[in-house]
Design a protein around this ligand. Sequence first.
Ligand code: ADP
Ligand code: MG
Length: 405
Amino acid sequence: MLTVDQLKDLKGKRVLVRVDFNVPLKDGTIRDDNRIVAALPTIKKLTSMGAKVVLMSHLGKIKHKEAPEVVEQQKKKNDMKVVVARLSELLGQPVTFCPDLTGKDFHYFVDTLENGGVLLCQNTRYEKGEEKNDPLLAKEWASAVDVFVMDAFGSAHRAHASTYGVPELLKAEGKPVACGYLVEKEIASLMRCVDVHPEDRPYVAILGGFKVSDKIKVIDSLLRKCDKILIGGAMAYTFAKAQGKNIGTSPVENDQLDYARKCLEEANGRIILPLDSVATNGFENWTEKIVTTDQNIPEGFEGMDIGPKTIELFKKEIGSAKMIFWNGPMGVFEQKDFQAGTIAICEAIRALHGKAFSVCGGGDSAAAVKEFGYKDDFSHVSTGGGASLEMIENDGHLPGVDILK
Ligand code: ADP
Ligand code: MG
């Protein structure tokens, strides 16, 4: 796979960069510009080489099956124009906005861009054909450019026109397709968790979050690769119930009990479950909070976080690891009373002082790591929630990455 650094003679070339500018918005302004910042190195490299840089990204959801007035509303809410000013400020150069994604005007905007200039196109999902990977749309976009660079890791698990159709066509025409710096780093970090080297053992996975059923393929894959799997979060209660424990009113997936038993058997002692829980007599308007003495939860109580004994156990396991992959918070970290488990995992990783390779992947887990101020303690915090999990599930394969090869 080509990387940006291997692209030569870009002066005057039209380079389409698929970025991930799917930024969180609140009342029409950008709430967090992390994703824009993450794309800057690739954009700056290309402009410094004199390329005409054409940026495309999706933003939010647009459901083309809804009534026309609903689609219009969704478009208004997810207008890419909101990104122009911040991008220009961060890049330190003007950014032209192209409101069209097809037709004469679109091509005019691209062709009249000066060398080293940056053009940001409208939200790709304004086009119905984007998510369907419509061949005509892909053809129109591919025909407008000379080179394709993929730097939207968070969209690499989707085979859409802008992530798959365009590089597929350009490749067939013998034109260069490459990955950007962000995608390059994501792949390198996640591949290390997929193709495990002996010096990275013991390899410990930490899994949490809400549902076992969301993570079946991840669990299966990690069971094949890891030395230990620590399980916390709501999903731990399905495992506890499968072992015949009382779990009170904790969240449980009764249709996954057999699967949980199968995992425990296959793991042969490598799955480590919580020893205790912080539990309450309700999810939101609770009035009583207890710490259980063991893996059982009293009637009328639900588990909200891992307890202190579990924290000690998990810290010990993390402390002896050489490599860590973490997905899923240990508790209801959105509520202050149940953040301790998730923060303890962050602390344990900080305490490694970089002596182990640590990766956090997953939308909520990565958000928790950033919110609690531990991002720099990890070797890598993935920018792609779903994409990072699919990378683990599919042994390192993602459509938007494979097509670059
Ligand atoms: P990620 O996005 O990192 O993959 P998930 O989406 O699977 O993680 O899970 C995150 C959610 O799991 C959070 O909203 C958190 O509140 C919830 N969660 C974790 N532990 C519990 C629990 N014990 N009870 C209810 N919800 C929980
Ligand atoms: Mg999530």
